[in-house]
Write a protein that binds this ligand. Structure first.
Ligand SMILES: *Cc1c(COP(=O)(O)O)cnc(C)c1O
Length: 455
């Protein structure tokens, strides 16, 4: 370890990093905050006309022996880091399910860091424990999950799906939680479902080979007859079906499975019914899309990511369960070093220490209101319809399938112009940044129309 530099003064060092109880550096800390505000507004938000990525060269971390001056550090971030970021502020960026966060959630995220409470337990985050609990019930009610619903925020939809599968395993074979043996279990999702289901099967010890991927139609919706045939086949092979998922907003085409019908099949075969609405869940705010969510009350668990189609700065995702007891039974770890008379989210979660993302989500909902959420969701549907019309009017382009949400899949219909080539041409010209997913064996172009000024 290096020696301290000759001019190192502990008090100066401490004053750079913490508020002094004598308040002598209060204004310096405030100025640092204002410098961040300027950096964020001028060099992050006010870049809508700038390139998708300005600098693709690699970056070196260069940890110094002696700490940098904070002003120099901010300057380095501005000149070396920001040009290498992906510019989601550009309204022509439509590649993936990554939104520009609403302004309130950007600043709320800093507030969360400043407060730094810990969702591990009530005594480390009393108000946020209440806030998260009430928000989970609020979202559960929004999806029609009944009076015993509950849930937890998670660091993403993958973790929510993994948690859902864990609860399902413990419900079907309670011994698997204690002695670790899950026997013969088999789960069913569509071939358009997210890869986190494979991850989950690995994590819960049932294994990826016991995840059956059911065929979908050309829009990406699960084929109900195929689902039932696959379940029956598994039973004939001596396996025990335990989990069926419907996807509300598939990752490539944004398709929504027939939730009610999938739920009824799940129940007929005594399976846990999960809905992965990580992306599409925000559709519940739009009366136009609400019919797609019919049957949510059948769900034992739902994944939903406000960090995607609700414009909340990451991370913000959740797992909601119909019956709180499943969440309690699923984990029921002990927190011997905590007051255990109260609700401790650390007992209801794969994570221990967790950020208080509830503050950001609550502030977002308070600031926009339910009508504001509906407006933004429907606006993105309208903007995606503009894109759809542009594709239909372009002689060299065609839709891959009929869109369901604000996701448009398209391809070139000119054999001399591959989708890969077209994509690069558009990116180089600064015209559009689309992604290039593999869909039913072909590379296609995908636009997720999330930017409120997209176009
Ligand atoms: C994004 C997504 C996930 C994964 O969520 P992360 O937050 O990226 O972990 C899971 N399922 C669907 C349908 C998604 O769109």
């Amino acid at each position: 370890m290096p020696d301290f530099p000759p001019d190192f003064l502990p008090q100066n060092f401490l004053d750079s990093h913490f508020l002094n109880p004598d308040r002598s550096n209060l204004e310096d800390i405030r100025k640092l905050g204002y410098a961040f505000v300027d950096l964020i507004v001028d060099s992050v938000l006010d870049t809508q006309n700038q390139a998708f990525v300005q600098d693709e060269s690699s970056f070196k971390i260069n940890i110094p022996e002696h700490g940098d001056k904070l002003a120099d550090l901010l300057a380095e971030v501005r000149s070396q880091v920001l040009p290498r970021t992906v510019n989601f502020q550009n309204p022509r960026y439509m590649g993936h399910m990554d939104s520009v966060p609403t302004a309130i959630t950007i600043w709320a995220d800093a507030l969360i860091s400043a407060i730094n409470n810990n969702m591990l337990s009530y005594e480390l985050a009393p108000v946020f424990t209440e806030m998260e609990a009430q928000l989970m019930q609020w979202f559960g009610n929004l999806f029609g999950m009944g009076t015993d619903c509950f849930g937890t925020l998670t660091a993403g939809g993958s973790l929510a799906n993994i948690s859902g599968l864990l609860l399902a395993r413990n419900w079907k074979q309670p011994q698997s939680k204690t002695v670790g043996e899950a026997n013969n279990l088999v789960a069913f999702v569509s071939d358009a479902a997210h890869t986190s289901f494979e991850k989950a099967m690995n994590v819960i010890g049932v294994g990826k080979e016991n995840l059956v991927r059911v065929l979908t139609n050309d829009r990406g919706e699960i084929i109900l007859e195929e689902l039932e045939l696959e379940i029956q086949k598994a039973i004939r092979q001596g396996k025990q079906p335990f989990f069926v998922a419907a996807i509300a907003g598939t990752t490539v085409t944004g398709a929504v499975d027939a939730i009610q019908a999938v739920g009824e099949i799940a129940k007929r075969y005594d399976c846990w019914f999960h809905i992965d609405a990580a992306y599409g869940g925000a559709g519940i705010f739009s009366p136009k899309l609400q019919p797609l969510f019919q049957g949510c009350e059948l769900a034992d668990s739902i994944t939903f990511n406000p960090q995607k189609w609700l414009w909340v700065a990451r991370t913000c995702a959740m797992l909601i369960v119909k019956d709180k007891q499943h969440l309690v039974d699923g984990f029921d770890g002990e927190l011997p070093y905590m007051d255990d008379r109260t609700l401790n989210f650390g007992n209801l979660n794969l994570q221990g220490t967790r950020r208080t993302d509830s503050l950001k989500l609550w502030m977002a909902l308070k600031a926009m209101g339910i009508s504001g959420c509906r407006y933004l969701v429907e606006r993105s549907l309208d903007l995606s319809d503009n894109l759809r019309q542009w594709v239909e009017a372009s002689p060299e382009l065609e839709l891959v399938c009929e869109p369901t949400l604000n996701i448009i899949c398209l391809k070139s219909n000119n054999p001399n112009l591959s989708s890969t080539f077209l994509r690069q041409q558009w990116i180089d010209a600064g015209k559009l940044w689309l992604s290039l997913p593999l869909w039913k064996g072909d590379r296609i172009l995908k636009a997720v129309v999330l930017h409120p000024y997209a176009g």
